[in-house]
Design a protein around this ligand. Sequence first.
Ligand code: UGA
Length: 442
Amino acid sequence: MADVTVIGLGFVGLTTAAFFANRGANVHGIDNNIERNELLTQMKIPFFEPKLGEYVKKAFLTKRLTVGDDIQDGTKLSRYLFICVGTPMTLEGKVDLTSITKVSKDIGRALKTIDNYKIVCVKSTVPPKTTENLIAAKIEQESSKERYKDFGITFIPEFLSEGSAINDIAKPHKNVIGANDPKSLLSIDNLMRRIYRRQITTIKTNIISAELIKYANNAFLATKISYINTIANICNTLPGADVDVIARALGLDPRIGNQFLVAGPGYGGSCLPKDLSGFILSCRETGYEPILLKAVEEVNADQLDVIINIVKERLGTLSGKTISILGTAFKKNTDDIRESASIHLIRKLKNLANIRIHDPKALENTRKIFGDSIKYSHTIRDLVTDSHCLIIMTDWDEYRGITETKLLEYNKNRPLLIVDTRRLLKIKKSNRIDYVGLGKSE
Ligand code: UGA
């Protein structure tokens, strides 16, 4: 018998399963990707995420984690059924609910033959009303059972960031439990108390508010980034202005807070762009035009043109020039390139100039997209040699160690243009290096 079944062993599901197992729960993980399951049973994780490998290993060694691919089995095994399958963005910017619909039907079919009360906990990010109108509805249809009476349904949003998932789940700034009936609420609250063994600030609310909390949380983070990017773009037009000093001062105001105020090439990843787009569309469906959110999205998209204009203004024609890009992951400490600003930039530049890239973890993922149409460098030396321009896109810590001396040793083109969108380098503009820190005007 397991306590918790986790359906979907991607970034969120695997982190949840491994963490719960390390806190003493018996967890059964389910994924329809059999290769991934096999890799996991060999205690290897299929993507780069600090600390997660150790947690998975310990979970298997203590026999608290098992994996399989059968939702029928998984539904029978546990009282709590966590749905963590992907809800990616379609080409039109909508939320693709195909996997979650299928999983809901599978759970419903399994429940048909089971008499025990189960609680379905939705962790996948979904547009408002999906938990009740799609997931619970499909389960009812397939099982001929009634929500709240025969099974419970809850929405429990996740607030895990890639690159720090284990820290985020172990020390959450809040837990949110969305439930429309007291039995489900109490039951999840008890599970969380067992897992955390200490008081965590918990917002207990109804399902619709919990669904909105997830969207509102990510939309606010995106808003902060587009706001500080707007300030950075204003700084670009005012010699002497420095966005980092401004951000520091803003952050000292507790009403603003000091996080998510680092200007850069625009937010990317599998969450912020998708959730903002999904939020905007769901607002429109219910008759509200979210002008602010739309502006946040536009500022983010325009940020790439800000970077390209800086390059064009200084290099003139790009034809025949080599542009070297440092970092393709959407942020440091991950090999994830989904919706990465760097990937979007390469798409825009690759027909205009020769592109060379470097990334400590994401080279292979990037190769899957661009194949032989760009060049891949394993060292900074190889990347920089004979290049006309260097654009720093990802905030990898190791890029901070790049010095003017090294760059001039590797590169004979003078002056070498550096566009540092994350302001990582400590380099001054000189007659040998044309350094531009985004939002740091000279
Ligand atoms: C985001 C949220 O931060 C998590 O709380 C949430 O749980 C997750 O989405 C999700 O919905 O699953 P994540 O996508 O891992 O997490 O990445 P973030 O750390 O939010 O970074 C997103 C993007 O914003 C990155 O491209 C990053 O470089 C950029 N960013 C972040 C900035 O440009 N400036 C900042 O100050 C912070």
